[in-house]
Design a binder for this molecule. Structure first.
Ligand SMILES: [Zn+2]
Ligand SMILES: [Zn+2]
Length: 404
């Protein structure tokens, strides 16, 4: 493989400008010992990409975004000794520095420098980001940065951090699972890695029982990739009452197909007759008047947060995983929270160790637990980018995916 590769990329040229499909040249001569060249076959479009492209989350321009890639390893550095091999099929996931305290203890999703490595195109060791040259702009023009979330999967061929790649089986449907490394693992891991174990530990400790009381109910506010991942995990964990709170009817339907037993529109939820929407009263009505044991808030909305707090059962746990705009403040009635002994927490990327969590999720794909993705995913060509972005913004398509 030559050092300079001509490929295509959806480039974010400036904040607020639409993503632009460009023919680009990727120079791989400077491939680091911790990097790999990957040819992506698919990449999911996530709201995080749109938030950076629009300038709502600080980013770098021009740049190649994309952080839900699936593809094939095409090149590894000289002297590389494994575990990846050229030809391996991989899912790409978030990046981490590998050196801070949390990384050294394998908690890479909580990397102290996660923001720099994921949003800042950081490569470590003082190295400048990789880039692609926009061919139509000529030789000396500014290059678009590569390295978003250690992958920049909006380039057909890109340079990735090896630690952002997880080797997977050859027979996986990449169009359906390419987004597992971000949204779906966030929701799935929030339930499996965080809410369920925290609940078990708290009850065992407080009651002295080796067989802790299992959570009976779990509600998810907001059904996107994160919310749907949470519903699927709750179903796999055997939680009986899974409830989806979501204003869009088609998304409520997806949640029901994924395992929710109830789904309702929070804007129409009144306890009895007309009045202010009160989803908390509605949820209590669905849980014997006691409230919900576990809640995932995937919305990042401060009003939803308040409703979610008031929907919890005694000793309930609310985990906030939807990202609000920077500077958003959340408030709650401290007396209420104290007296119910509520736990309110937040984590990113589902506290995932991707090489452990993604295979668990992929096993469930084989068992049919993710079959709902056939309806949730819509595949677009890269030249249909405007249509894909519109569908993501309107909520009409839960997970748009580009097929390179
Ligand atoms: Zn994402
Ligand atoms: Zn780190």
């Amino acid at each position: 493989m030559a050092d300079k590769i001509t490929t295509r990329a959806l480039v974010a040229l400036a904040p607020g400008e639409p993503l632009s499909l460009q023919t680009v040249e990727l120079d791989t001569s400077d491939l680091g010992s911790d990097e790999a060249v990957v040819e992506f076959t698919h990449s999911g479009l996530c709201h995080t990409d749109l938030a950076v492209a629009s300038g709502h989350i600080p980013g770098r321009f021009p740049a190649v975004l994309g952080h839900e890639g699936a593809g094939i390893v095409r090149r590894l550095p000289r002297g590389y000794a494994g575990p990846l091999a050229v030809g391996d099929r991989v899912l790409a996931t978030f990046a981490a520095c590998g050196q801070c305290t949390t990384c050294r203890h394998s908690y890479t999703s909580a990397c102290t420098r996660g923001v720099e490595y994921n949003f800042g195109f950081e490569r470590g060791e003082g190295r400048a980001p990789h880039g692609v040259r926009l061919i139509e702009r000529g030789e000396g023009s500014e290059r678009a940065a590569i390295g978003f979330f250690g992958q920049s999967s909006f380039a057909q061929t890109s340079i990735c951090r090896q630690t952002s790649l997880v080797k997977v089986a050859d027979d996986l449907p990449f169009d359906l699972v390419c987004s597992f490394g971000c949204g779906f693992q966030t929701g799935f891991g929030t339930v499996r890695n965080h809410l369920i174990p925290c609940h078990a530990a708290a009850w065992s400790q407080a009651t002295g029982s080796g067989t802790p009381f299992r959570p009976r109910s779990l509600a998810v506010f907001g059904i996107g990739a994160v919310g749907l991942g949470a519903v699927i995990a709750a179903k796999a964990e055997g939680i009986e009452r899974i409830i989806a709170v979501e204003p869009t009817a088609s998304r409520r339907q997806l949640a029901l197909e994924a395992g929710a037993i109830h789904a309702f529109d929070p804007l129409e939820a009144t306890s009895d007759g007309p009045g202010e929407p009160d989803p908390a009263a509605k949820l209590k009505g669905m849980t014997d008047g006691e409230g919900v044991d576990l809640i995932v808030d995937a919305t990042g909305n401060s009003t939803v947060f308040r409703h979610a707090v008031h929907s919890l059962a005694s000793k309930g746990h609310l985990c906030v995983v939807g990202a609000p705009p920077a500077g958003t403040e959340l408030s709650f009635d401290a007396f209420y929270v104290l007296n119910k002994g509520l736990l309110i927490s937040s984590i990113v990327e589902g506290a995932s160790i991707p090489e452990r969590l993604l295979p668990q999720m992929l096993d469930l794909v084989k068992q049919g637990a993710f079959d709902v993705l056939k309806k949730a995913v819509k595949v677009y060509r890269p030249d249909q980018v405007d249509e894909a972005v519109r569908a993501a913004k309107s909520g009409e398509v839960l997970k748009p995916v580009f097929a390179w």
